[in-house]
Design a protein around this ligand. Structure first.
Ligand SMILES: [Ca+2]
Length: 212
């Protein structure tokens, strides 16, 4: 009897050790698994942010200048922009060093979108003086006045595009060129305080400037 109980005790002891080892092993595996999952969850936002930053760096449009005029007005308004140290960019010089004019909207001709809209995008942000002009290129029906909305937006590094300036310029005659904005940006895309003016600086029609 004593012999059986000794054997039984040894067997139970071995079984306990095996169970105990198995439990510890499972616990270690579970902890490692939970740790790994937690690590992946913590890394996900960083991976996503890194990918977004990469896309933002590659995307054009660090400085974006747009003009809109009423869709029902079949007139040809032009956007002209000038970045620091660059030549004016508009319909007959659409590719500058910093800016590119995406589209010359003629007002009515060949306009699939139905919108009267022009936009120029920059690649990178040059620090210094910017000029934004609007020009009444085409003929203007007698008595017509064209309100042109001008919007300037900036995408700082890793940031979303945000509007920094907006105004309206009214064009009343053929070949009228107006300066909507002159302003300065830092290399990080910040508007320099006190730098915004509407002091006229012709980009298209000035003597010695660009002519058509
Ligand atoms: Ca145009």
């Amino acid at each position: 009897m004593q012999r059986w109980s000794t054997v039984s005790a040894v067997w139970e002891s071995e079984q306990f050790n095996e169970d105990s080892t198995g439990t510890v092993f499972r616990d270690v595996i579970m902890l490692a698994l939970v740790g790994f999952v937690a690590m992946v969850i913590m890394l996900l936002p960083h991976l996503s942010k890194a990918k977004r930053q990469e896309q933002e760096q590659m995307a054009p449009g660090h400085v974006v200048v747009e003009i809109h005029w009423p869709n029902e007005m079949p007139v040809d308004v032009d956007l002209w922009v000038k970045a620091p140290g660059d030549s004016p960019v508009g319909f007959f010089n659409p590719d500058g060093h910093f800016f590119n004019l995406l589209r010359d909207d003629l007002g009515a001709e060949g306009d699939a979108s139905g919108q009267n809209y022009e936009v120029s995008y920059s690649r990178g942000i040059a620090a210094g003086d910017y000029i934004v002009n609007v020009h009444m290129y085409g003929a203007l029906p007698a008595g017509m006045e064209v309100p042109v909305k001008v919007v300037v937006s900036v995408r700082e590094r890793y940031d979303d595009l945000h509007q920094i300036l907006q105004t309206q310029v009214v064009l009343k005659r053929h070949n009228q060129e107006e300066t909507a904005f002159r302003f300065q940006l830092t290399g990080q895309g910040e508007l320099v305080p006190g730098s915004v003016t509407t002091l006229r600086h012709r980009l298209v029609t000035a003597p010695g400037g660009w002519k058509f």
